[in-house]
Design a protein around this ligand. Structure first.
Ligand SMILES: Nc1ncnc2c1ncn2[C@@H]1O[C@H](COP(=O)(O)OP(=O)(O)O)[C@@H](O)[C@H]1O
Ligand SMILES: [Mg+2]
Length: 201
């Protein structure tokens, strides 16, 4: 089983959006997928509860439960640090860090990325970290600042996902972008390619 941890200590950075869409992508690609929701707010769990049985299946994994899917996606809570971060990292093969374009998000993420780089699992090359610009509008000052910040990081920037209601609308129905009619989300799906290529590596 391959494990993807989606993490950023900042609330609202896009963790749940990314986790649910990642799970949706993998399921739509015919993989057996489980989703582990470590957040007490249980947003990913609620999303899954809304999901139509006819859509590609995603299992909800409970903590401590045995799981034999191809992929496990872990959605994590805001404020993840210390022992809990260490424990999640021990499970993970890939860590995806969504960063929203604001001063506060960029600052908080900087400290988190530095902390990640200190973690044993990351230093030993057991868990590979990639960053994603989330809700980015390249025309705004915040978007440009985020792009500048990302370029300075020594971590790969997997992609930028633009700010669009497509994510919000899909979530209402327990769907990911990959469950939507393709002509409605063509640009979005294109933006996912960098992340998808990195997963396969
Ligand atoms: N690319 C995007 N475009 C538009 N809205 C987004 C995008 N990504 C996230 N959002 C919205 O931003 C808010 C915070 O995202 P969420 O995934 O809940 O963050 P977190 O899990 O890190 O707290 C949610 O309302 C979500 O619908
Ligand atoms: Mg969340």
């Amino acid at each position: 089983m391959r494990v993807i941890l989606v993490a950023n200590p900042k609330g609202g950075s896009g963790k749940t959006t990314l986790s649910t869409n990642l799970a949706g992508y993998l399921a739509s690609a015919g993989k057996r997928v489980a989703l582990l929701d470590l957040d007490r707010q249980k947003s990913a769990t609620h999303w899954l509860a809304m999901r139509d049985m006819a859509l590609p299946d995603i299992e909800l994994m409970r903590e401590g439960q045995k799981e034999d899917s191809d992929w496990l996606v872990i959605d994590s809570p805001a404020g993840l640090h210390g022992k809990n971060l260490e424990r999640a990292l021990k499970l993970a093969h890939k860590v995806v860090v969504p960063i929203a374009p604001s001063l506060f998000d960029i600052r908080a993420s900087q400290d988190f990325l530095a902390a990640l780089n200190e973690e044993k699992a990351v230093r030993k090359g057991h868990a590979f970290v990639g960053v994603i610009g989330m809700r980015v509008d390249p025309r705004t000052r915040a978007g440009v600042t985020l792009e500048g910040f990302m370029e300075q990081q020594e971590l790969p920037v997997l992609t930028y996902l633009r700010n669009t209601q497509a994510y919000v609308n899909a979530a209402f129905e327990g769907k990911s972008l990959f469950d939507m009619p393709h002509h409605l989300v063509e640009r979005e799906l294109e933006q996912w390619q960098g992340l998808i290529d990195w997963l396969d590596r």
